[in-house]
Design a protein around this ligand. Structure first.
Ligand code: SF4
Ligand code: SF4
Length: 363
């Protein structure tokens, strides 16, 4: 198949749904399958996939949206930097609306801070080149998909001699939180639909330790409806037969070893570190920090600001939603106080957020 329409063929979808139903028919209990990718979340809501699955499958969304998992403390830190005279904060669009403890970057911009939305870290480099008297801080947020481009921007800043370009790094790496959630007895994840873009960088083999150690099946899955249904079928078959292997449904895009070039750039600039995830807390080895050799470009080391202890919004259930423990409709603020126009929590900000997807497409 070459075109996206072919991955939405209703007859093929019906065939896959029948095969899923047949697979789980004799399974005792309900299996819980989790996706951990913002675009999977969107696809599942947009195409109403959850409602099409048999009773025996519970399909839940985990910590897949990079904006959603960024903790309040990071937003507060970015706001503190934006308030520094002579500083320009450059960021992808969604981040400006993510609530910090008491403000957002958008509000700070309205109050006079120089906050600019960019589409790539290279745009931030251009801003640094044109504003040599000011310090440009790029907000480095995202998974292994965006981290190589941010690493590339640091290498490029060094090459161009841009000493006014800094990155506030909060990148996360994906297999580690999946392992953390797999050991949560309350959750009992029976299988993972592994993220697509992330896997294109880290490779399908990156999930082998997770499958082996936690005995949890993993299927790297594409974004189209037929991809998702086939991924669910592959997972369901493993769960029913008691296997725990890594399979690659998205082999047209994801290779076993990923993208070695992107990984090399990433490894040159970043080193693994412990990282805090919104709602989940600190997970050992789940983040990326700028290596000492590039400390000159590290906003956290170069700019000194005071950041108070972060305050989460009392009523927001983002943390439980990111762990797949509650659905957005169970949050008392959903649709009433919290909307995409006026989000209370990060999960309502990004279009890849679970609350935003459920708001737009329904359950
Ligand atoms: S960057 Fe790609 S793989 Fe990662 S969450 Fe977004 S859509 Fe999924
Ligand atoms: S609906 Fe809003 S307040 Fe509730 S969990 Fe989602 S983002 Fe948080």
């Amino acid at each position: 198949m070459k075109y996206s329409a072919e991955f939405r063929d209703p007859a093929l979808a019906r065939g896959l749904l029948a095969a899923i139903a047949e697979t789980v028919a004799g399974y005792r209990g309900k299996m819980t399958l989790m996706e951990v990718c913002g675009t999977h979340t969107m696809a599942i809501y947009q195409h109403g996939i959850r409602a099409l699955l048999p009773e025996g499958i519970r399909l839940i969304s985990g910590p897949g949206c990079p904006v959603c998992v960024t903790p309040v403390g990071y937003v507060d830190h970015a706001i503190a930097l934006a308030r520094l005279p002579g500083t320009i904060v450059a960021t992808f669009g969604d981040m400006v609306r993510v609530p910090g403890s008491s403000s957002t970057l958008l509000r700070e911009k309205a109050l006079g801070a120089d906050v600019r939305i960019v589409y790539s870290p290279l745009d931030a480099l251009t801003i640094a080149e044109h504003n040599r008297q000011q310090t440009v801080v790029f907000l480095g947020v995202g998974f292994e998909t965006t981290a190589p481009t941010v690493a590339g921007s640091i290498l490029e800043a060094r090459r161009r001699g841009l000493d006014n370009y800094l990155v506030l790094a909060a990148h996360k790496t994906m297999p580690t939180p999946m392992a953390a959630l797999a050991s949560d007895p309350e959750l009992q994840v029976d299988g993972y639909l592994c993220p697509a873009h992330v896997s294109a960088v880290i490779g399908a083999n990156a999930y082998l330790p997770l499958a082996k150690k936690h005995r949890v099946p993993c299927v790297v899955t594409g974004f189209e409806p037929l991809d998702v249904l086939q991924g669910v079928l592959m997972l369901a078959r493993q769960v029913v037969t008691g296997e725990a292997r890594v399979e690659n449904q998205y082999s047209r895009y994801v290779k076993p070893d990923g993208n070695p070039r992107a990984r090399a750039i990433l490894d040159e600039v970043f080193a693994p570190c412990d990282a805090r995830w919104r709602g989940i807390g600190e997970i050992s080895g789940s983040g990326l920090k700028i290596r000492t050799a590039f400390a000159y470009f590290d906003a956290a080391r170069q700019l000194c600001v005071t950041v108070e202890e972060p305050v989460e919004h009392g009523g927001c259930l983002c943390g439980e939603i990111l762990k797949g423990k509650v659905r957005p409709k169970e949050c008392p603020l959903f649709r009433t106080v919290c909307t995409p126009e006026d989000p209370v929590g990060a999960c309502m900000v990004s279009s890849e957020g679970t609350c935003a997807a459920e708001y737009k497409y329904g359950c």
